[in-house]
Design a protein around this ligand. Structure first.
Ligand SMILES: CC(C)(COP(=O)(O)OP(=O)(O)OC[C@H]1O[C@@H](n2cnc3c(N)ncnc32)[C@H](O)[C@@H]1OP(=O)(O)O)[C@@H](O)C(=O)NCCC(=O)NCCSC(=O)C[C@](C)(O)C(=O)O
Length: 276
């Protein structure tokens, strides 16, 4: 991408938000995960994605239910937004009653040509702190695609992970709705089936990237007995619900643990690594 374009002038813009870790949030988060929820002294893995969300006024929303533009992210010529991945470093505990402050900075804009067409990637750096100091650092990658993107190629390398641990999780519309509600995410691909299928042409309701990542982090925590200090994931193919997703993990080794999510049609939808 030409670095002299006005789009690059958005790099460095920031947004700040504040929240409180309420007993209600903790109870709702655990209830959403049900029997798979884990208790840890530092707060349940993935909770930070439910804190200090972007709160757009109803008048600021676009047809997909997301903020239409403005804010600290630039308006882009490609309309279809997806969460492509994140690299999360845990620096401290998140406890009930904590006041949490998130500072988000747009750190990069990159245009690429993918197998499915033109892609624009935004990298957003999140620095999250409580009154005790930093608790999470995250580099989040958002991807924007054309309205009529090419079909996804099969992710045939899924059979390659020599997994030693497996868990199946049933994803139904209630779980998707509850996760959207906890994250105040109005993106219609997750709860509005006619919109998801006829406007964005997914075969069903799209399963949130951070929800899949939360399920993997929770699974890794249950296997090892403590939450990872670092967790990186990449969404490689949209997963749609309702369906049973298969979570797979290797044994924890020198380089940490490798994990993935496999859909019922045996396609890998997310790949991740966890380190302690
Ligand atoms: C990302 C898609 C569009 C790429 O589609 P593609 O197949 O066309 O890309 P590619 O041909 O595999 O790769 C092209 C380039 O992009 C890079 N690339 C490729 N993938 C990634 C990735 N994940 N993260 C970072 N970089 C990536 C890749 O490395 C390559 O770079 P290079 O030319 O320099 O070698 C495709 O893989 C896909 O659709 N993945 C699934 C995404 C998904 O399902 N996300 C969760 C649901 S959306 C969501 O939760 C939203 C939410 C919560 O509502 C909310 O708004 O925040």
């Amino acid at each position: 991408m030409d670095t002299s374009t006005p789009l690059q002038q958005w790099v460095g813009r920031t947004r700040e938000a504040e929240d409180i870790v309420t007993p209600r949030l903790l109870a709702s988060f655990a209830a959403m995960l049900g029997p798979d929820a884990v208790q840890t002294a530092g707060g349940p893995p993935g909770l930070h994605w439910c804190l200090a969300p972007d709160i757009a006024d109803a008048r600021e929303l676009g047809p997909d239910g997301h903020r239409a533009g403005g804010g600290f992210l630039p308006p882009l010529p490609l309309p279809r937004r997806m969460w492509a991945g994140s690299d999360v470093r845990v620096l401290g505990p998140i406890r009930s009653g904590d006041t949490i402050r998130r500072r988000s900075t747009l750190s990069a804009i990159e245009e690429k040509q993918g197998r499915t067409g033109r892609l624009i990637f935004l990298t957003v750096r999140h620095d999250i702190a409580s009154d005790r100091g930093p608790v999470i650092e995250e580099d989040q990658i958002l991807v924007y695609r054309a309205a009529e993107a090419a079909a996804q190629a099969p992710t045939s390398d899924g059979a390659g992970l020599a997994a030693s641990h497996h868990r199946t999780v049933d994803i139904d519309p209630v779980l998707l709705f509850r996760y959207s509600a906890l994250t105040f995410n109005g993106h219609r691909i997750h709860y509005d089936a006619p919109y998801a299928t006829t406007v964005e042409h997914y075969p069903g309701l799209v399963i949130h990237g951070p929800l899949q990542a939360t399920l993997l982090m929770t699974f890794a925590t249950a296997i090892v007995g403590q939450p990872p200090r670092r967790f990186s994931f990449r969404g490689v193919r949209p997963a749609v619900g309702p369906q049973g997703l298969l979570l797979r993990a290797t044994a924890r080794g020198e380089g940490g643990m490798r994990l993935d999510v496999r859909s019922a049609d045996e396609q890998v939808t997310m790949k991740a690594t966890a380190q302690w």
